[in-house]
Design a protein around this ligand. Structure first.
Ligand code: FMN
Length: 314
């Protein structure tokens, strides 16, 4: 679906966008951790309507994730501490990826690790496959530096991204944590280390409290907040990273409607991802490209890519 005939109009809107060297049929991708590997939805939806699918975060070894409760609903969004439950990269490559490659959409593999060596080894393994791009999730705790996230320190971001860059020609998308003082500082570190694109943002760290037990609701104590509440923070970070780097940006955080997606593009995103909203309304992500095109058409535009970076700050 590279062109959408907008509902109620006769105007063709071109939906194709590029993220660096990666060409997407439309700007709407499924966000990591909220869409599995696509297999559960494949019987019910045409996955080729998506711009792409970002896999659940993969690690070198299989992981069972954190003990429950690991998801909590709060008044302002969802708090999760799933803890990267996944079958491990080897099972992914041999048993899951072959089916994903039949979906006729971009396959972006989300890579997680506790050390630079983990990331490099995963990138090496995945570079030998047909995946479209690799998304380095730099929000994981750094084992050697305590529980501090790798993505919180510009020096560590540079180190991990440069080390991965040295072993792959695949497009490297770097997904950053919003739990930092300056998103521009980490974004610039990723750019200098050779990233092809930035993915902004991951979840915001929070705690939900159970007044009766006087304990945190999540067994992990803390969790990541997602959903519409985080959208203004995400838009601000996309805007700052767009202003302060030359990298293409994939924006996400609270997208629940076509208007939200176009706002991310105005702030500088070339493409967007839908996360938590897919768990509430699985149809939404499949409707978004046409709904975005309808808004563009009504505003007199003939392509979606024209929105990127068009925000006019006061
Ligand atoms: C249940 C759940 C699991 C997630 N797992 C991952 C993951 O494995 N890797 C990753 O980079 N992000 C993961 N995320 C973060 C999302 O991809 C996304 O960055 C975040 O939820 C913000 O977008 P949203 O508000 O649209 O959900 C997860 C989010 C949720 C809610």
């Amino acid at each position: 679906m590279n062109q959408v005939n907008s509902p109620g109009t006769s105007k063709q809107v071109r939906t194709e966008v590029t993220v660096g060297s990666v060409r997407l049929k439309n700007p709407v991708l499924a966000a990591s951790g909220t869409f599995g590997f696509g297999a559960e939805l494949a019987p019910y939806y045409d996955l080729s309507c998506l711009g792409g699918i970002c896999t659940t975060g993969l690690t070198l070894q299989p992981r069972v994730g954190n003990p429950p409760p690991r998801v909590a609903e709060t008044k302002s969004g969802m708090l999760n501490a799933v803890g990267l439950q996944n079958p491990g990269v080897d099972v992914f490559v041999t048993e899951i990826l072959p089916e994903m490659l039949t979906y006729d959409t971009a396959i972006i593999v989300n890579v997680a690790g506790n050390s630079k060596e983990d990331y490099v080894e995963m990138v090496r393994i995945l570079s030998a496959t047909e995946v479209t791009a690799l998304e380095l999730n730099l929000s994981c705790p750094n084992v050697s530096a305590g529980c501090m996230s790798i993505g919180a320190e510009p020096e560590q971001v540079w180190e991990v991204v440069a080390s991965c860059r040295a072993v792959t020609d695949k497009p490297l998308w770097v997904k950053l944590t919003p739990n930092v003082t300056s998103i521009s500082a980490v974004a610039r570190a990723a750019e200098e280390a050779g990233a092809d694109a930035l993915v902004l943002i991951n979840t915001l760290l929070g705690i939900a409290v159970d007044l009766k037990t006087e304990r945190p609701v999540l067994r992990n104590n803390t969790g990541g907040l997602s959903g519409p509440a985080i959208k203004p923070v995400a838009l601000r970070m996309v805007h700052e990273a767009h202003r302060d780097t030359n990298l293409p940006i994939v924006g996400l955080g609270g997208i629940a409607a076509a208007e939200d997606a176009l706002e991310f593009m105005l702030c500088g995103a070339s493409a967007v991802q839908v996360g938590t909203a897919s768990m509430i309304d699985p149809d939404l992500i499949f409707r978004l490209p046409a709904e975005m095109a309808a808004i563009a058409s009504a505003a007199g535009h003939d392509n979606l890519a024209r929105y990127t970076g068009q925000l006019r700050p006061w």
